[in-house]
Design a protein around this ligand. Structure first.
Ligand code: ARG
Length: 270
C-alpha cells in the first residue's frame, strides 16, 4: 500500500515534469511560455463565434479559430482565446496583454503603426445590410440620409468607412461593441442599416429572414493576424506556419468548411 502510494507520487511528479517540459517545448517565445494568448472579439460568424449546443456548453468555432489552432499546433503552442473589446484590441496587443490578435482584422496603415500584421490570409469587402420587411426600398447607401441611423462596430474598418462616406450625407452612426447587437437592433427596426464586413453579414442574415445584404461596398480589405511589434520571432513563425498551411492544402480544407461552394482565392493556395 505504502509502496503503491510512493509509486503514485513518483508517477505524478514525473507527469508534472513531462507536462512542464511539453508546455515549454516551443521554440517561439510568448508571454507565457508554451501558450499563445490570442485576443479576439468572438462575435463574428463565420470567423470567430460561439455555437450553442443543446444541453451542452457552447463551443468556440470559426475560420480564424481553426487557422490559429493549426498554426499553434505547428509551433508547439497551446491556444488560449481571450474575448476582447474590438475597439481597444490593438492597444491591448501593443501593451503585451496578448501575443496575437485573430479577429478578421483588416491590415491598415494606421494599425500598422501600432502592431505588426502577418501576411494576408483572407479578402473581404464591406456591405450594407437592411431590414427588407421595414425598408424594402433601400438598396444602396445612396438611399440613406438625414434621419437614418446606421450601426457599425466600434473601431472597425466599417465604422471608418461609414464615418467618411455616410456621415457627410447626413446619416447618424450608432456604434456597438458587439456586431451581434447591431443585427438584433436592425431586426427590431431601431437602426436603418448595418455596415460590416460582407462575409460576416452574409453569415448573420442566413439565420435572420428579415435581413438582407443589399449592397457590396468594394473596399478590397486583406485580413491579417496581428502580433506585437516586440515579438518579431512570433511574426516570422506565424508567417512560415501560414505558408505551410496554404502550401499543404490545410487552408483550402478549412476555407471550404466555412465557405462552402466558394472558390479558394488563388493567392491563398500554395
Ligand atoms: N475587418 C474589420 C476590421 O478589421 C472588422 C473586424 C471585426 N472583427 C470581429 N471579430 N468583430 O475592422
Amino acid at each position: 500500500m505504502k509502496g503503491g502510494l510512493r509509486g503514485a507520487v513518483a508517477f505524478a511528479a514525473a507527469l508534472v515534469v513531462l507536462l512542464t517540459a511539453c508546455a515549454g517545448s516551443s521554440k517561439v517565445q510568448t508571454l507565457v511560455p508554451g501558450v499563445l494568448r490570442v485576443g479576439s472579439s468572438l462575435d463574428f460568424k463565420p470567423f470567430e463565434y460561439f455555437q450553442a449546443q443543446p444541453g451542452r456548453a457552447k463551443v468556440l468555432k470559426g475560420f480564424d479559430v481553426e487557422l490559429v489552432q493549426d498554426m499553434a499546433n505547428r509551433l508547439d503552442l497551446y491556444v488560449r482565446w481571450v474575448d476582447s473589446d474590438f475597439a481597444t484590441i490593438f492597444n491591448s496587443l501593443a501593451s503585451n496583454n496578448l501575443d496575437m490578435v485573430a479577429a478578421a482584422t483588416t491590415i491598415t496603415p494606421t494599425r500598422e503603426q501600432t502592431v505588426n500584421f502577418s501576411n494576408p490570409y483572407f479578402l473581404a469587402n464591406q456591405s450594407l445590410t437592411v431590414n427588407v420587411g421595414k425598408t424594402p426600398d433601400i438598396t444602396s447607401t445612396d438611399n440613406l440620409g438625414a434621419g437614418d441611423i446606421v450601426a457599425v462596430q466600434n473601431g472597425s474598418t466599417g465604422a471608418s468607412w461609414a464615418q467618411e462616406n455616410l456621415v457627410p450625407q447626413g446619416v447618424q452612426l450608432k456604434r456597438f461593441n458587439l456586431t451581434t447587437d447591431m443585427f438584433t437592433e436592425l431586426d427590431a427596426g431601431t437602426v436603418t442599416g448595418v455596415i460590416d464586413d460582407e462575409p460576416a453579414s452574409r453569415a448573420v442574415v442566413a439565420d435572420m429572414p428579415n435581413l438582407k445584404v443589399v449592397q457590396v461596398i468594394d473596399t478590397g480589405e486583406h485580413y491579417g493576424f496581428a502580433v506585437s511589434k516586440s515579438n518579431g520571432d512570433l511574426l516570422r513563425a506565424a508567417n512560415s506556419a501560414l505558408d505551410q498551411i496554404m502550401a499543404d492544402g490545410t487552408y483550402a480544407k478549412i476555407f471550404t468548411r466555412f465557405f462552402p461552394g466558394q472558390e479558394v482565392p488563388a493567392q491563398f493556395q500554395g
